[in-house]
Ligand binder design. Structure first.
Ligand SMILES: Nc1ncnc2c1ncn2[C@@H]1O[C@H](COP(=O)(O)OP(=O)(O)OP(=O)(O)O)[C@@H](O)[C@H]1O
Length: 291
């Protein structure tokens, strides 16, 4: 499990992270979301022992990173910065890192295969595309078979096939009892990957919970088209709804589709269309993440 308690990092007068408490549960993939500059990278760096908190704690399985006995075997990380020497091949990079993590040559071959870089293993990493570099970074993070994974913007640079690959890998990792924390500034980018969301703004927690609850929290607005829009409008408003219109289509807040259908029936107005607007995930995120 990953946990922060009242975690704070101040740079002079700027509070990059400000009293942040959240958990990322074992067996789940948690999305860590916020707009640019909201404090995501600073939080992840504190979890990884790279930045010292001003106050509060960042814990991996109940301990700060610096107190972990075998950090490379307990936690794997993909950070935004490049980690490789451009003249080195992907395989050589992994072999070097494997020595540090105490992993075998066989493991390097398996990982190249798992991240889809077997054929590209002998190419210079300087010639890798952004997506290939992300795959190599994920392979590096997995070397020590750590149960906890922290990934900073890993979806950046991946094409749809790459995203599907990452989804499979992270889901498998969580299902095998791992913990995954993955950051992004776009909720839509992570929607297919994650179980839970933590949204921050200005270094503070804005929302935490299952992704499903975010959809649930967005009130479903109805789209109604009928033979007599004016009459429908009046009837809906009399029933307590808020209605806006472009003259033909009514957008109705505060009524269920059942209520709206029955009101139209009682008014004797034929309906041509009655649908519920699906909440726009990015819109929900932007509302929650706005400072
Ligand atoms: N070393 C530092 N010195 C001073 N200010 C910093 C430092 N690191 C981060 N900050 C500030 O802290 C705030 C949070 O930055 P951080 O990089 O954690 O945000 P982020 O959510 O990761 O953003 P992005 O999505 O752009 O990577 C920003 O205002 C940033 O300018």
């Amino acid at each position: 499990m990953i946990e922060t308690l009242e975690l704070t990092k101040a740079y002079g007068k700027t509070r990059a992270v400000d009293g942040l408490s959240f958990t990322a549960q074992t067996g789940r993939v948690t999305g860590f979301l916020g707009l640019n500059g909201s404090g995501k990278t600073t939080t992840l760096r504190m979890l990884l022992g790279l930045t010292r908190p001003t106050s509060g704690v960042a814990l991996i399985d109940g301990k700060p990173y610096t107190e972990l006995k075998q950090p490379l075997r307990q936690i794997g990380a993909v950070l935004e910065q490049g980690i490789t020497h451009p003249g080195q091949s992907g395989r050589a990079h992994l072999l070097g890192q494997a020595m540090l993590a105490g992993a075998s040559r066989t493991r390097v071959g398996e990982l190249l295969d798992q991240v889809g870089l077997t054929d590209a293993g002998s190419l210079r990493t300087g010639d890798y595309s952004l997506g290939m570099r992300q795959r190599l970074a994920v392979a590096t993070a997995l070397l020590g078979e750590p149960p906890v994974l922290i990934l900073d913007e890993p979806a950046n640079g991946l094409d749809p096939e790459g995203i599907a690959w990452l989804r499979g890998l992270l889901r498998e990792h969580a299902a095998a009892g791992g913990t995954v924390l993955i950051s992004s500034h776009l909720l839509a980018e992570l929607a297919q990957l994650i179980d839970d969301v933590v949204i921050i703004a200005g270094g503070k927690l804005r929302h935490a919970g299952p992704l499903q609850d975010l959809y649930g929290s967005a009130s479903g607005r109805l789209r109604v088209r009928g033979a007599d829009p004016v009459r429908l409008w009046r009837a809906f408003e009399e029933a307590g709804a808020k209605v806006t219109t472009d003259e033909e289509i009514l957008e109705v807040d505060g009524l269920s589709p059942e209520d709206a259908g029955e009101i139209a029936f009682a008014e004797g107005v034929p309906l041509y269309e009655l649908s519920t607007d699906t909440p726009n995930l990015e819109q929900i995120f932007l509302t929650l993440a706005a400072t």
